[in-house]
Design a protein around this ligand. Structure first.
Ligand code: IMP
Ligand code: MG
Length: 181
């Protein structure tokens, strides 16, 4: 087979590092929610790989649902205007909800989600993100659990895409020359 697209890009976080950190996060979350059922809400599509790995290391009774969102305009970064393209299948009222995101960037997406989800009156609402680009924050949201803080670079792999490509890469890699917005 010819070379996998993106396998020549520089690695920021390799698969082993990611796996180790995912196990640490899962241990922390399992301790924090001990004895309480947890609803994971994955944000499609970017969070699907992270959610699959995280869920399998949680020592908790877990149920899973997904929300799909799209942002208008440019589709490498979120444009600010976010909308839901696939809603939750099940009610989250009264539940402990942990939103699972691939990356926290400007904070607009999670700010929007926080409003929408808290209107459904969960018992608690927290966020775990694999990656956090702290320096790009425009809205002061913070994640309760962060895998890795990363600099202001565009990354792909482990679920993250550029124009829908590279999600299957096992490592998180730099994609040079994506104009930041
Ligand atoms: P926020 O609303 O700016 O926090 O946007 C987060 C969303 O922007 C993510 O869910 C990604 O879809 C996208 N995004 C931001 N930075 C990157 C990146 O480095 N690689 C891939 N997608 C990114
Ligand atoms: Mg995304």
């Amino acid at each position: 087979m010819s070379e996998l697209p993106g396998s020549n890009l520089e690695v920021l976080l390799d698969a082993e590092q990611i796996a180790r950190r995912v196990r640490e996060l899962a241990a922390q979350i399992s301790t924090d929610y001990r004895g309480r059922p947890l609803r994971l809400v994955g944000i499609l599509k970017g969070a699907w790989v992270f959610l699959a790995d995280l869920a399998r290391h949680l020592n908790l009774e877990v149920t899973v649902d997904f929300l799909s969102i799209a942002s208008y305009g440019d589709n490498s970064y979120s444009s600010g205007a976010v909308r839901i393209t696939k809603d939750l299948d099940q009610s989250i009222e009264g539940l402990d909800v942990l939103v699972v995101e691939d990356i926290l960037d400007t904070g607009r997406t999670f700010h929007y989600l926080e409003g929408v989800l808290s209107a459904h009156q969960p018992n608690s609402l927290k966020l775990v993100t694999l990656l956090d680009k702290v320096s790009r924050r425009l809205i002061p949201v913070r994640a309760d659990y962060v895998g890795f803080e990363i600099p202001d670079v565009f990354v792909v792999g482990y679920g993250l895409d550029y124009h829908q490509k590279y999600r299957q890469l096992r490592d998180v890699r730099f994609l040079p020359s994506v104009p930041s917005v």
